[in-house]
Design a protein around this ligand. Structure first.
Ligand code: ADP
Ligand code: MG
Length: 226
C-alpha cells in the first residue's frame, strides 16, 4: 500500500539545511493500524506530509497504492490526495460556519461523481459510525474537543480513502478522550479495511497501535521492516 525507500527531506532556511529525514525505509500494508512515534522535532510531520502527497522528498522513492509519486505533477498529486487519502489534523480543522453534516459532506462535494443520494447515505453512515447522529445540525463551536475530532474522523472517511493519515490526532485532547478517538479509528480501520497511519509522542496512545514505528532525528529506530 505504501512503500518508502531511502527517503530524505532537507529544509533550507537561508543558507542552512535542516536534515528532517535522513534515509527512511518503510513498508506499510493494506489495513495496517500503525503509529509513527517519536519526540517533537523527530520528523513525524515531515514523513506524514510526504506520504500524504503534500510535499516532495529531497531524494528517495515513495510509492502510494502502486503509483510512484516521484515523477508526478501537482495536478496528479492533487488527485491522489483527493481520491486515495483522508486527513485528520491535530487541531481538527473543521469549518466553523458549517454544521456537522456539512463538514463531513464537504470533501464529497469537492470530489466529482458522487450523486446527492449517495452523498447523504455516506455522510449519515459515517456520522453514525463516530456516534454523532444526534449532533448533525450542530456547529463545531457547540461540540467538545473529542466530538470535533470525531467529526474530523467521519470527514476523513467519507471519501472512502484507502489510507487515512492523522498527525498527532490526540494532542489537543485529554488522555481519556484521546484513547477513545484512537479506539474509534482502530475499529473503523478494521471494519472498512482502511490503512491508518497516525503520529504521536504519547506512550499511552502508541500502545493502542498494532505496530509502532519509532522515529528519532529523522531515522527509523525500529519497525521499519515488516
Ligand atoms: P515532528 O512532527 O516530529 O515534531 P517535524 O517533521 O515537524 O517533526 O520536523 C522535523 C525537523 O524539520 C525539525 O528540526 C523542524 O524544525 C524541521 N522543519 C519542519 N518543517 C520545516 C520547514 N517547513 N522549514 C524548515 N524546517 C522545518
Ligand atoms: Mg509534528
Amino acid at each position: 500500500m505504501i512503500h518508502i525507500h531511502q527517503v530524505k527531506k532537507d529544509y533550507c532556511i537561508g543558507k542552512a539545511f535542516v536534515h528532517a529525514l535522513r534515509g527512511i525505509n518503510l513498508d506499510i500494508g493494506k489495513g495496517e493500524f500503525l503509529t509513527i512515534a517519536g519526540p517533537s522535532g523527530s520528523g513525524k510531520s515531515t514523513l506524514l506530509n510526504l506520504i500524504g502527497c503534500l510535499d516532495y522528498p529531497s531524494s528517495g522513492e515513495i510509492v502510494i497504492n502502486d503509483v510512484s509519486i516521484g515523477g508526478l505533477r501537482d495536478r496528479e498529486m492533487n488527485n491522489i490526495r483527493l481520491n486515495t487519502i483522508g486527513f485528520i489534523f491535530q487541531s481538527f480543522n473543521l469549518i466553523p460556519v458549517l454544521n456537522v453534516f456539512e463538514n463531513v459532506e464537504l470533501p464529497l462535494l469537492i470530489m466529482k461523481g458522487v450523486s446527492a443520494g449517495e452523498r447523504k447515505k455516506r455522510v449519515d453512515y459515517f456520522i453514525e459510525a463516530v456516534g454523532l447522529s444526534k449532533q448533525v445540525k450542530q456547529k463545531p463551536s457547540e461540540l467538545s474537543g473529542g466530538q470535533r475530532q470525531r467529526v474530523a474522523v467521519a470527514r476523513a472517511l467519507a471519501t472512502k480513502p484507502k489510507i487515512v493519515l492523522a498527525d498527532e490526532p490526540t494532542a489537543n485532547l485529554d488522555s481519556k478522550t484521546g484513547i477513545e478517538i484512537i479506539e474509534l479509528m482502530h475499529e473503523i480501520s478494521r471494519r472498512e479495511s482502511t490503512t491508518f497511519v497516525f503520529s504521536t509522542h504519547d506512550p499511552k496512545v502508541m500502545q493502542r497501535a498494532d505496530r509502532v514505528v519509532r522515529i528519532e532525528d529523522g531515522l527509523i529506530k525500529n519497525g521499519g521492516e515488516i
